[in-house]
Design a protein around this ligand. Structure first.
Ligand SMILES: [Zn+2]
Length: 554
């Protein structure tokens, strides 16, 4: 790849000024998308793949929404932006709070484009709340508290740009309904997508822009609720309601395809288009497995564990929940009120097989809510931590070996890999990051081969999708293992702008039909404003935790 250092001069308005449309389908996977496209159900995406190039897209490790999207729009690894999870742990008190994007000072694509006079429209992109002033428009996505008076757009009043019938679209694109297996949940998402389709097309047609970035979360949300009805290896596949739920889930991809079609029509032909997902989706072992496995090795301690009888009872319950799919199905089928009662009961008795019940004073490791990232509870990082910092390396070795030795009933490994924080993350926030990171194996086989495995459920997987098409894009390019971190530099390059020196990703080689040299900027993409780091109000924090509960994350 050619590279030449140039000054960060404003864009010269030359032949490289072609506009760019970036569309995210949260959690979309080729395992679903390709068979649907072949069946003729995704005409717009199929045409983009035919006219351009596509490849699997490596997510961040772990493939978690806040980490992944922040990497997309900064072009930086989590060691620089420090967004490791939905919530973060206060080392002094062990309290967990929703992570605030003001935590990082990394410039986003629209910050970089704005100073060069390029205008961005940014809609429904997760973890962009609170919106800062930008050259363009923004309506923030997942991670926006829906509390009265919360300002989630820039400029504050967008209604002046819209005809009256679109005024009710100035809202966060997230259902109010519980994420449950109900027609009402599906219908609410359908209605949101219908409104979004009209809003996006209107803005793309009537507002000036150089960079248009929109994300659809429906593909992720539907997968969280309905995935087991899609996997032929899961017993749910043949339940009476399965065909309807399967269709609801596949319909989400069709709605995205239709919205994308209208957006492309509104944008006009002279636009480069990138479609991507922040991670894939697939059948993985239940996440409760991780907590049970770690507890059985002594790496997690639960409150109440000091009482022998209670500890044994806890162990038994954890094992039952992990091994008995009907129990999990019962919990999933509960109405929201019943689920809340059950959760409260488990929490009160200290029998919740999750993070809330970890005894932080005694537990050698501290997991995130998913259990995919773990911190050593050592005294040098956590003032009350029980672990001697000198024991850290040996403890991590033992925990890794214990996790990697776990196998499913059919003998397959459950954990695909474990990583140390230092292997994955580099930058000023790397030291605050997790010590051990777990990658689960993905068991999904779209052709349906293999024995029934009732333990599998839907979850995030490391490979998302990448599709590119447009006047500057090569046809059937062989792309060298594209990753999320490559998107920001690639977007800047396609827009004719220089790539800042501190972005970790590369401009994707081979993507352009007629490759131009990559221009390297000299100025780091870090904001220098001295603004105090903001935090959520108690009401906003409570609302965000409700959203995480709604998704089944807490
Ligand atoms: Zn996601």
């Amino acid at each position: 790849m050619d590279a030449q250092a140039t000054k960060d001069t404003p864009h010269d308005g030359g032949a490289t000024a072609r506009r760019l449309l970036l569309v995210g389908l949260d959690g979309a996977t080729f395992d679903v998308l390709l068979p649907l496209a072949e069946a003729g159900r995704l005409p717009v995406l199929a045409e983009l793949m035919r006219a351009g190039s596509h490849a699997p897209l490596a997510s961040t490790i772990p493939p978690i929404t806040p980490t992944a999207w922040t990497t997309v729009f900064t072009g930086k690894n989590p060691g620089k932006h420090g967004i490791y999870d939905f919530r973060e742990l206060d080392p002094a008190t062990y309290a967990r709070r929703p992570v605030h994007v003001d935590r990082h000072r990394q410039k986003s694509l629209w910050d970089l484009l704005g100073v060069r006079g390029r205008r961005s429209i940014v809609l429904d992109v997760p973890f962009t709340y609170p919106p800062r002033p930008l050259e363009g428009l923004m309506l923030t996505g997942y991670g926006t508290p829906r509390t009265p008076g919360t300002r989630f757009t820039y400029p504050h009043d967008l209604t002046g740009l819209l005809p009256p019938e679109l005024h009710d679209q100035i809202r966060v694109a997230l259902p109010a309904h519980a994420f449950d297996r109900s027609r009402a949940f599906v219908d609410e998402w359908r209605a949101i997508m219908d409104g979004r389709r009209r809003l996006l097309a209107h803005l793309a047609r009537h507002e000036p822009w150089d960079f248009f970035f929109a994300v659809f979360s429906i593909t992720d949300n539907m997968a969280h609720v309905f995935w087991t009805f899609l996997d032929p290896a899961h017993p749910n596949y043949e339940r009476a309601e399965a065909p309807a739920f399967r269709e609801a889930f596949l319909g989400a991809y069709e709605q995205c395809d239709a919205a994308l079609g209208e957006l492309l029509a509104a944008a006009g032909p002279d636009v480069n288009v990138l479609v991507m997902s922040d991670h894939g989706f697939g059948s993985i072992y239940t996440r409760q497995f991780l907590f049970e496995r770690l507890a059985s090795g002594g790496f997690l301690q639960y409150s109440g564990g000091q009482l022998n009888v209670r500890g044994r009872l806890l162990r038994l319950l954890l094992a039952a929940y992990t091994r008995a799919p009907f129990l999990r199905e019962m919990v999933k089928a509960l109405r929201p009120g019943g689920k809340q009662l059950l959760n409260e009961g488990l929490r009160r008795t200290g029998l919740m097989p999750e993070n809330a019940a970890v005894d932080t004073a005694r537990s050698p490791l501290l997991p995130t809510d998913f259990g995919l990232q773990l911190w050593v509870n050592s005294r040098d990082r956590f003032p009350q931590g029980p672990v001697d910092p000198a024991e850290r390396a040996a403890l991590l070795d033992r925990a890794s070996a214990h996790l990697r030795a776990a196998t499913a009933p059919d003998g397959q490994p459950i954990v695909a890999a474990t990583y140390r924080g230092a292997e994955l993350y580099h930058g000023p926030e790397a030291a605050a990051g997790p010590d051990l990171i777990i990658e689960l194996a993905n068991f999904y086989r779209p052709d349906g081969g293999g024995a029934r495995n009732p333990h599998l459920e839907g979850g995030h997987t490391p490979q998302g999708i990448f599709i590119a098409a447009g006047p500057d894009i090569a046809r059937d390019a062989r792309l060298p293992e594209p990753a999320l971190v490559d998107l920001a530099p690639t977007v800047l390059h396609l827009l004719g702008e220089a790539v800042p020196p501190d972005m970790d990703g590369r401009v994707l080689a081979g993507l352009e039909a007629a490759p131009r040299p990559v221009r390297r900027g000299t100025e780091p993409a870090v904001r220098d404003d001295q603004r105090e780091t903001a935090d959520f109000t108690p009401a906003e924090r409570a609302e965000l935790e409700d959203q995480l509960r709604q998704l089944g994350y807490l």
